[in-house]
Write a protein that binds this ligand. Structure first.
Ligand SMILES: [Zn+2]
Length: 145
């Protein structure tokens, strides 16, 4: 446990938030004062769209929930209508990590399929733009010299 007073992060091991009082960040300080394990700084609404994306990616809900490293109870609590439901920070971080893994992967799970987002992204690259110009250019066969 670090006890340095000049630390730029909360003294709780693993916590990276900025300290506010007594070397602790606001949630950790609250926990110290109130003695409860309430480190809820995120809401279900922040992650529901990510959860849907993760769900879309995996063949079954069980796989998707497993990828997030959470219990199905937690999952269903998050996906309930109440988007203001609070989320413990470790759960939030696991969802973010699971969503991060999907970044850059095709959204459709069909193997080898080129998705529209991929096509759209390719179209913005110099290589893609050159290809488009080439496609639009008039055919040069038989052009007079
Ligand atoms: Zn903290």
């Amino acid at each position: 446990m670090r006890l340095r007073s000049d630390s730029t992060t909360c003294k709780t091991p693993g916590c990276t938030r900025a300290p506010r009082a007594a070397g602790l960040c606001r949630p950790c300080r609250t926990r110290e004062i109130h003695g409860s394990d309430v480190v809820m700084t995120h809401t279900a609404g922040e992650v529901q769209h990510l959860m849907r994306r993760i769900l879309d990616h995996y063949p079954t809900a069980r796989d998707a929930i497993g990828a997030c490293g959470m219990s199905s109870e937690t999952f269903y609590r998050i996906m309930r209508k109440d988007s203001r439901a609070s989320l413990k920070t470790p759960t939030y971080q696991r969802i973010m990590a699971a969503a991060e893994v999907l970044n850059g992967l095709p959204i459709e799970s069909e193997p080898g399929a080129i998705t529209w987002p991929e096509v759209a992204e390719y179209a913005t690259t110099p290589e893609g733009l050159a290809f488009i110009v080439q496609c639009r250019a008039p055919k040069v066969i038989g052009r007079a010299a």
